[in-house]
Design a protein around this ligand. Structure first.
Ligand code: MRU
Length: 345
């Protein structure tokens, strides 16, 4: 089952509602840009590559909903307004803006709203198909880095649920297992939204890949005990000086460096943002309730405020290698820029 795709029969976007996993596997079907924006904000659909695809389909939905607008300026203005609204939902993952811009650039030059919708839909579908192929390339590239038998620590969810299928960090693990390697995974629970314990454990269990969940705070202890051979994470944005990924990633990189454990980042080339540096990037700050409430339990006294950044930045000096669909890049990462053919974020 694909994480996100277009339902041709119902003419709507369909995606797995990740807030309901692992208890229930349910999908959201929508034709509404506002509904999609809300779903992105609530993390129903999440993970950098899936956000790029969602953004692309969001532009298609916008073109569809403005079919009665007069062709030309009014139509373009309406679609660009929707695109800006979608882009603002999550500021850190570069793929969201990348997917939106790529589809806008294809759709807006068309002469009629109908033609713009057709072009937008085709382009969003192309991004979806490309994601599958490039995750398999990332997987094949990264699998070569793992020993035949090893325990890999991962953080958050950079798997099929963050993409269309296969995944980036989990794609490397899946490809290594497919190549006959004996891989066990330690999945950090990834507080506060538990993408590791809810989603990574769910997907790996479904594939029969050995997985155990650990508290985020157990990682350093397990590294010191020699129980972790490699760390692999995904990325939401890679600038020339840092990798942005789920909060807690930096902590694992520092600990891996201290214990001389390789720290790998797996991401599609579209996650690179070579035009900016760490200081330019906004780190999404999330709501107090994510820390203060768990189900119907209050976890903090009323009146105590929180600091709840969704992502952190890991300096490239702590990253052993970046595994992309275009190959493996290593220190000092000067080769990264040479491949750039991206649409500006
Ligand atoms: O807040 P989320 O769940 O969207 O954060 C996702 C991550 O940090 C992932 O590791 C990243 O997007 C890579 S997904 C292949």
């Amino acid at each position: 089952m694909r994480t996100i795709t277009w339902n041709t029969e119902a003419q709507c976007l369909t995606y797995i509602d990740q807030t309901r996993l692992p208890a229930e596997l349910v999908t959201v079907e929508t034709q509404s840009v506002t509904r999609l924006a809300d779903g992105i904000r609530r993390l129903e659909v999440r993970g950098a590559p899936a956000l790029g695809i969602a953004g692309g389909y969001g532009v298609a939905l916008s073109c569809f909903s403005h079919q009665n607008e007069k062709a030309g300026q009014a139509f373009c203005h309406a679609v660009e307004t929707d695109a800006a609204f979608l882009r603002a939902t999550r500021p850190t993952a570069v793929n969201l803006g990348w997917g939106i811009n790529r589809v806008l650039q294809t759709a807006l030059p068309e002469e009629t709203p109908e033609a713009a919708f057709d072009a937008a839909l085709r382009e969003a579908q192309a991004i979806e198909e490309e994601d599958i192929a490039l995750c398999h390339r990332i997987g094949a590239n990264g699998a070569t880095l793992l020993p035949d038998t090893c325990t890999v620590l991962t953080h958050c969810n950079a798997g099929a649920l963050a993409c269309v299928e296969w995944g980036t960090a989990l794609g490397v693990i899946r490809s290594a297992v497919e190549a006959g390697k004996n891989i066990s995974v330690l999945s950090c629970e990834t507080r506060p939204l538990n993408q590791g314990s809810r989603l990574t454990a769910y997907e790996l269990q479904a594939d029969g890949i050995p997985v155990k969940t650990i508290p985020d705070s157990a990682a350093a202890h397990l590294m010191r005990r020699g129980m972790i051979d490699a760390v692999i994470v995904g990325a939401d944005r890679i600038t020339p000086d840092a990798v942005f990924n789920k909060i807690g990633t930096y902590m694992h990189a520092v600990c891996a460096d201290h214990h001389k454990i390789p720290f790998y980042v797996a991401a599609p080339y579209s996650t690179l943002d070579l035009s900016q540096t760490e200081a330019d990037i906004t780190i999404e700050e999330r709501a107090r309730n994510e820390l203060a409430i768990c189900g119907d339990r209050q976890l903090m006294p009323d009146g105590v405020d929180v600091v709840n950044p969704a992502f952190d930045a890991t300096p490239l000096s702590l990253v052993t290698a970046i595994i992309t669909d275009k190959g493996i890049f290593r220190q000092p990462y000067s080769e990264l820029a040479k491949q750039d053919e991206r649409v500006e974020p």
